[in-house]
Design a protein around this ligand. Sequence first.
Ligand SMILES: *[C@@H]1O[C@H](CO)[C@@H](O)[C@H](O)[C@H]1NC(C)=O
Ligand SMILES: *[C@@H]1O[C@H](CO)[C@@H](O)[C@H](O)[C@H]1NC(C)=O
Ligand SMILES: *[C@@H]1O[C@H](CO)[C@@H](O)[C@H](O)[C@H]1NC(C)=O
Ligand SMILES: *[C@@H]1O[C@H](CO)[C@@H](O)[C@H](O)[C@H]1NC(C)=O
Ligand SMILES: *[C@@H]1O[C@H](CO)[C@@H](O)[C@H](O)[C@H]1NC(C)=O
Ligand SMILES: *[C@@H]1O[C@H](CO)[C@@H](O)[C@H](O)[C@H]1NC(C)=O
Ligand SMILES: *[C@@H]1O[C@H](CO)[C@@H](O)[C@H](O)[C@H]1NC(C)=O
Ligand SMILES: *[C@@H]1O[C@H](CO)[C@@H](O)[C@H](O)[C@H]1NC(C)=O
Length: 415
Amino acid sequence: MSSAFCGICVVLVVTLTRTYCFQWTAVLPDETVKYACVGDDIVLPWGYTTSPRTVVDSIQWFFHGSSQELVAIFANGNFQPTASFSGRVTQLTRAGLNLSHVTNGDKGNYSVEVSGHNASGVSFSYRRTVTLRIVELQTSDGELHATLDPQAIYSNTTGRWSLVLSCGNFTYLTDPPFTMEWQTPSGAVIPSDGYTDGHFQLHVTSGGDYTCRIPQHAAADACLHNASSHHATVHVDRMEARMTLMEARQGQLEKENKQLKNEVAELKDREAHRYTSLAESVYNLTDKVNQSVAFTAWLIAPHSGNSIIVTFDHIVTNVGDGYSPTTGIFTAPVAGLYFFRLTSAPSSMNAYPDATLRKEGVAICVAGSAKDVYGEEASCGATVHLDAGQRVWVGSGNYLAGSYTSFAGFLVNVD
Ligand SMILES: *[C@@H]1O[C@H](CO)[C@@H](O)[C@H](O)[C@H]1NC(C)=O
Ligand SMILES: *[C@@H]1O[C@H](CO)[C@@H](O)[C@H](O)[C@H]1NC(C)=O
Ligand SMILES: *[C@@H]1O[C@H](CO)[C@@H](O)[C@H](O)[C@H]1NC(C)=O
Ligand SMILES: *[C@@H]1O[C@H](CO)[C@@H](O)[C@H](O)[C@H]1NC(C)=O
Ligand SMILES: *[C@@H]1O[C@H](CO)[C@@H](O)[C@H](O)[C@H]1NC(C)=O
Ligand SMILES: *[C@@H]1O[C@H](CO)[C@@H](O)[C@H](O)[C@H]1NC(C)=O
Ligand SMILES: *[C@@H]1O[C@H](CO)[C@@H](O)[C@H](O)[C@H]1NC(C)=O
Ligand SMILES: *[C@@H]1O[C@H](CO)[C@@H](O)[C@H](O)[C@H]1NC(C)=O
């Protein structure tokens, strides 16, 4: 494109052929996208021509990527890179730039700006940009490697074992921009069926030669040495392949068998445990229901009325040993509902048969008579709840007859 700042140029083009004031050369068009592998030297051969009386004052190179900065400046015949590009850039002819040992951080846009003035002192400034992309798909040694994984793999979706072929050793770990092709021993070409950690995989079930190949359309996407580095072959021994798969299947069967055995043993154990615990429950329950507490006692000698607690000293029954004939106190061996009965008779013509049944000192029923008739008997009965250890006794300050005065009780049911 002829430059606008130079009004006379148009005339010159017609009269003196190819005499321009400022003209980019076509070597590196504007907005070109360049690809590079990490470690490459990249050359940006920006070039221009000027008419004899046009002066270029300065050339500046800029980087717009992970940072925005000046790369280098050329002025007064002096090329000066900035600190962050020092030692990595050199100037080529005119506006050309050589950036050596590129890294991932170098991806981005590079621009050059050429400034100057024409013979009449009118200044100009022209700019061009190149986008640099770093190809990340590369292997550590620039070659493809195809290998057979030592372990067979079980797919629980197909329920089958297979051998795994790996191709790559790419240092690029995210999703690759293409799918590797595999040529099988039958000559068929099929795509990879997996990609992990820089390796394209192919799951196979028989031996032979397998060749992985970067597809033609993707050749530029990989940083490999040369065309012969774009494919690799792995030989899978047919016999060995069969053995490996058979061993894997057998190993799985053994594992499953062991697992089943363990499960059966565990089940048996659990059943046995359940039975024991059931038997124990039944025993505990029977033990509880089986619990029996009952007593009957009467007075041998008349109660004098001197002591408050009546001591029934002749025991008829004392199942569960709740009643004490020495203290006259019944102590509940278990918590539950109890029934007590008290019968009293006066010891002489003038005595009253009054007696009181007490739970921990509190009256729960009174056997009494207003009459002082000899032979008159009084009685009372009560149902009462006792906690284990709570006490019940008969209290009386009266003269009570032997034999006719009695105290009985029994456990109705356990809590
Ligand atoms: C310099 O550029 C100006 C502006 O385009 C133009 O008018 C002038 O003629 C140019 N001078 C020469 C010597 O080309
Ligand atoms: C680089 O330039 C392209 C077009 O020229 C633009 O779309 C892109 O945003 C630029 N990238 C940066 C980092 O400046
Ligand atoms: C670019 O720079 C590198 C490192 O200094 C050098 O080896 C290479 O020859 C240079 N390329 C050109 C075209 O000057
Ligand atoms: C298959 O294997 C995967 C990974 O080992 C597991 O997450 C999944 O639950 C398995 N599916 C079945 C049906 O066993
Ligand atoms: C793959 O690369 C790693 C390191 O990057 C290396 O240790 C390994 O040997 C390589 N494998 C092959 C098959 O080249
Ligand atoms: C390809 O590169 C490898 C490794 O650098 C080399 O041994 C081989 O000769 C090259 N092949 C061709 C055809 O250039
Ligand atoms: C049976 O009774 C004992 C003693 O009270 C207790 O430790 C055990 O847990 C009980 N067993 C069951 C199954 O209830
Ligand atoms: C239940 O009582 C009977 C008779 O006293 C006794 O033989 C049996 O062992 C008791 N059973 C339990 C589980 O306590």
